[in-house]
Ligand binder design. Structure first.
Ligand code: GDP
Ligand code: MN
Length: 384
């Protein structure tokens, strides 16, 4: 019995250290090397810009979004707005009347009769975009006024084909998301300095028009997929924390699952479909992709196994008192999802992401992962 318990305890310790090893390496690299900002050779540039805005039933917030776009610090006669709309509400009428009597920016409105999902809509929009820099932005986000200039400065580096930005303020005040975004910014800065980063963010992603290629019609990691393909074709795709945007999100455990699990499904599927990139494409396939494989596909399972083993071990040693492990995990989740963990909040945020990745793998395996989803109405309140 004692041997069994000791064996279990040893396994749990080994599993936990194994799970954490790549994180420790990344963290150490980030601390010792301490890369800051974008790795691109940034210089002022003023290319023509196509701003791509996909909309599905955004009548409540689309006008505010357009107002934000036209108040960006950029010569609007160099900007074209490409709205691809799949709505059955008044979104497209609102868009059209916003551009009436407006010289600039120019509007290209693509109207879909039937909603096919975001990826096909974006493919049409990218094909229609005629300017040098293509900026994709979600309707439910706010972009800093200097974002186009910062993005253009990154793309002026001939080695860089795409750039994404940083969520500087989580609207709605979710500390869970806030904590995670900070961790993520550190990771993505490191990845960008190594070579390129994996994740591109819906609120702001900029691409060289020449580099855009179609994405899979069933993609649910659209921005990330386009960036990955651009990297595959040779150019670097980087993260610049000086490109700032804001996006709303929930803290509550249940509410977070819908969106986070879907996004996680998209990323897992993308990694699996592009597994041939592992070990190729310089440090992107050599370090960045393997790390993300670990984070998204391996460590959630190791973590779950550790929790399971620790629970079994606890029950064997202490009977009912062995439930302290699952109870602790439950309490951690309860407090974390109510933003009450103080300095541990960012640890909880990573845990929350691991939970999503675990659920996402199961959902994908069960055949879920449709490219058409319910748009979260509650998250849109702050943009009205
Ligand atoms: P999330 O932020 O990942 O939860 O995704 P959202 O539901 O906020 O959608 C991101 C953007 O894509 C928003 O601007 C939506 O209006 C838009 N969108 C979502 N589904 C579709 C679709 O089927 N067609 C089009 N054209 N846009 C869509
Ligand atoms: Mn959104």
């Amino acid at each position: 019995m004692r041997r069994l318990v000791r064996g279990l305890a040893g396994s749990v310790a080994a599993l936990v250290s194994l799970t954490g090893l790549p994180y420790a390496v990344y963290l150490l690299l980030a601390k010792v090397w301490n890369p800051q900002g974008s790795p691109a050779q940034k210089r002022p540039a003023e290319p023509t810009v196509s701003i791509v805005l996909p909309t599905y039933n955004e009548e409540r917030i689309v006008e505010n979004k357009l107002r934000d776009i036209v108040s960006l610090d950029y010569p609007m006669n160099k900007v074209e707005v490409v709205v691809v709309d799949s709505s059955d509400d008044d979104t497209r009428e609102i868009v059209r009347s916003f551009f009436v009597d407006r010289q600039a920016p120019e509007l290209t409105l693509l109207e879909e009769d039937e909603r096919r999902g975001l990826a096909p809509a974006l493919n049409d929009a990218y094909a229609a975009a005629s300017n040098e820099m293509v900026v994709k932005t979600d309707c439910d986000s706010r972009v800093a006024v200097d974002a186009l200039r910062e993005a253009a400065a990154n793309l002026a580096d001939p080695d860089v084909g795409a750039v994404t930005g940083r969520n500087v303020d989580v609207l709605g005040g979710s500390d869970v998301e806030e904590g995670y975004r900070d961790v993520q910014a550190t990771i993505q800065t490191l990845e960008s300095h190594l070579d390129s980063t994996l994740i591109f963010h819906g609120p702001f992603s900029a691409f060289e028009n020449e580099e855009t290629v179609p994405i899979d019609p069933d993609s649910i990691a659209d921005d990330t997929e386009l960036a990955l393909k651009i990297r595959k074709n040779g150019k670097r795709v980087v993260f610049d924390p000086d490109i700032r945007y804001k996006e709303a999100s929930h803290s509550q455990f249940g509410k977070r699952r819908t969106q986070k699990d879907r996004r996680a499904m998209g990323l897992i599927r993308l990694l699996l479909r592009n597994r041939d990139m592992l070990g190729r494409y310089g440090l992107y396939g050599g370090v960045v992709l393997p790390f993300n494989w670990w984070f998204m596909l391996v460590s959630p399972w190791l973590l779950a196994a550790s929790l399971g083993l620790a629970t079994v071990g606890g029950l064997l040693v202490a009977g009912p008192f062995g439930l302290v492990v699952p109870t602790g995990a439950g309490l951690f989740t309860f407090l974390g999802s109510r933003d009450r963990l103080g300095s541990l909040q960012s640890v909880y945020a990573v845990f929350d992401t691991q939970v999503s990745l675990l659920f996402a793998a199961v959902k994908l395996w069960r055949g879920e992962g449709s490219a058409v989803w319910d748009v979260d109405e509650e998250l849109r309140d702050v943009y009205e």
